[in-house]
Write a protein that binds this ligand. Structure first.
Ligand code: TXA
Ligand code: MG
Length: 333
């Protein structure tokens, strides 16, 4: 089994930084989900990420930086759209990834040959401490096997990746619990003067617009292959079949071998007498609390060997948009 050490222990951070500088893999906590990190400037280290995750090579990785003013290490600043600069400097550290023209130092392996690179500065003390200690930009996708649920606790990483990772830094449960919002910029990805949301995530698009004044549109598929695995229909999926219920047609016949997952609020009165298991992500209706519990709850339900998981989704406001997006993809067959 992979070793797990406390994320803010100075000795553990020093060991993790050494591993990264010598081409190894470290799982690190971020505010969204755990990331599987490697030196973004070392193509062989990056290759190990794809192997460990069994991730198809066409699926590009996010590069993490210690601070916004390091953007020039991985992006082409002479081609950087002004809107991208405003969003990056206005929202980092934070749960938003910008997709911008790639600099020469970044291996093509990171971007799967695409001319753009995805970059973010995570808002997590251990991730930032690790980035500073390693001294290199870190490529880090979510630390799960490809297509499976993203890890929001160190144990989830160990369960999914085992020995494929050299060290896991344990920072406790991730506060946000859904991945970053991915926004593309420039002529290949967005209309002039705009950003295009390629994946809904932790920072809602309304919040990005309010904070930066940069107008955003919903991303369109501009390449033949899916731009983001977030755009692959089936993704973030438990093994147990999952279906979204129509809130106006909630079943009432007994289903002892099924679970009901209520995304927000208490759910219907008859829930506990109808379903064998009832899980409420946020009984009080707070969507951020629901996002925080989403992946860990799906994992727990998945372990029970149920015939199915029925889901009552939440409204698509704020982070609710990312939540419903992940639930739809988990339900896709
Ligand atoms: O919150 C997060 O974003 C987490 C933490 C670890 O930072 N990372 C994460 O990485 O979710 P991953 O690899 O699971 O998702 C990266 C997303 C994918 O949807 C990927 O296709 C997209 O970013 N992406 C990366 N590079 C891209 C590029 N050059 N063009 C378009 N999309 C890109
Ligand atoms: Mg992922």
């Amino acid at each position: 089994m992979a070793r797990i050490r406390p994320a803010l222990d100075p000795d553990a951070l020093a060991e993790a930084a050494d591993i990264l500088r010598s081409g190894g893999l470290v799982a690190m906590p971020t505010e969204t989900v755990y990331g599987l990190a490697a030196n973004a400037l070392d193509p062989r280290a990056v290759e190990r990420i794809f192997e460990a995750k069994r991730r198809p090579g066409f699926d590009p990785l996010i590069v993490h930086l210690a601070a916004a003013d390091e953007l020039g290490r991985v992006a082409r600043m002479d081609e950087l759209p002004e809107e991208a600069r405003r969003v990056a400097f206005g929202c980092w550290p934070g749960s938003i990834t910008v997709v911008v023209p790639k600099g020469d130092a970044v291996s093509d392996r990171v971007t799967s040959g695409l001319p753009d690179v995805a970059v973010r500065v995570p808002d997590h003390p251990a991730a930032l401490a690790l980035l500073r200690a390693a001294g290199v930009p870190l490529a880090a996708p979510s630390a799960n096997l490809f297509g499976q649920l993203s890890p929001t606790r160190a144990e989830h990483v160990a369960d999914g990746l085992g020995d494929a990772v050299d060290l896991i830094l344990d920072g406790g449960p991730c506060t946000h619990g859904v991945e970053s919002t991915v926004v593309g910029f420039g002529p290949r990805l967005a209309p002039p003067g705009h950003g295009a949301v390629l994946r809904h995530g932790g920072l809602p698009m309304e919040a990005i617009i309010a904070r930066t004044g940069v107008p955003l549109v919903e991303g369109v598929r501009v390449l033949e292959r899916p731009l983001a695995p977030g755009q692959l229909a089936r993704h973030y999926a438990p093994r147990t079949p999952l279906r979204l219920l129509d809130p106006n047609a909630i079943p009432t016949s007994p289903a002892p071998d099924r679970a009901l997952l209520v995304a927000a609020g208490p759910g219907p009165d008859h829930a506990d007498t109808t379903w064998g298991v009832v899980a409420r992500l946020a009984p009080g209706g707070d969507l951020r609390e629901a996002a925080h519990h989403l992946f860990a709850t799906l994992r727990e339900l998945d372990r029970r060997g149920l015939a199915g998981i029925d889901v009552i989704p939440c409204s698509e406001d704020g982070v609710g948009r990312a939540l419903v997006d992940r639930l739809r993809r988990a339900a896709a067959r």
